[in-house]
Design a protein around this ligand. Sequence first.
Ligand code: NAD
Ligand code: ZN
Length: 249
Amino acid sequence: MSQNHTDQLSSLLAQSQNTVIFTGAGISTESGIPDFRSPGTGIWTQNQPIDFSEFLASEEARKETWRRKLQIDPVMSAAEPNTGHFAIAQLVQTGQVSSIITQNIDGLHQKSGVPDTQMIELHGNTTYCVCLDCGTRHELQPIMMAFEADESLPLCQECNGIVKTATISFGQPMPEAEMARAKEATLQSDLFISIGSSLVVYPAAGFPLLAKQNGAKLVILNREPTQLDVEADLVIHDEIGPTLNKLNF
Ligand code: NAD
Ligand code: ZN
């Protein structure tokens, strides 16, 4: 009798000495945060992304960015980790998973109990802000309140630089330290599991491929097919929370 997909994933986990999990927006849809590319519900069916160069060059683009932030923030700040996040946190806590590389900016893996030391955020975090010139951290709430009052744009209290949420926009350089940590974790893994990512955003989507080329087993868990499915040792086209909660570990 052939094993079903979750049994196969449980066996791969049991055999692995070093598993890395890579997540995308799909892990957080069950928490009520829409992803980018799901047909019909994805954020981009409504808004085209604003490129980093546009954000820097145009006050109107910065205002539009903050308008969108104010629109999405109630959903983001009310979101709680879901059963998928908790299953992953348990795999980290039992030592079966060494690191989580995420493209998400919502902080829900940390909220579900994954320690910062085992988290690698490739696209930053939208729950706080930074100055683009000097890197000083700024809290979100006062900035959003000021913008809501009269659309005044935030400037750094230290150096007058432009303040932006601590996320990586399209066209913005990737964070070097996180990229280096992600590469190291990927190269050390013998099992690499991609969960809830359409695997079209590079360089992030390069990590599953790097793992595979380096000899790791590659698993892809996503509702829809991805272009890397052909490279994977196991592909599961199913819902994330229910699938991870069927694992035996
Ligand atoms: P994506 O939107 O391109 O792909 C998400 C994938 O998850 C889709 O292929 C979809 O079929 C699948 N999916 C959605 N819900 C699922 C579920 N419950 N079960 C199984 N599969 C499910 O997301 P991406 O690949 O992460 O790339 C988008 C970029 O958008 C990332 O860089 C990320 O930074 C950003 N983003 C982040 C958030 C967040 O932080 N929660 C939300 C939206 C976008
Ligand atoms: Zn500054």
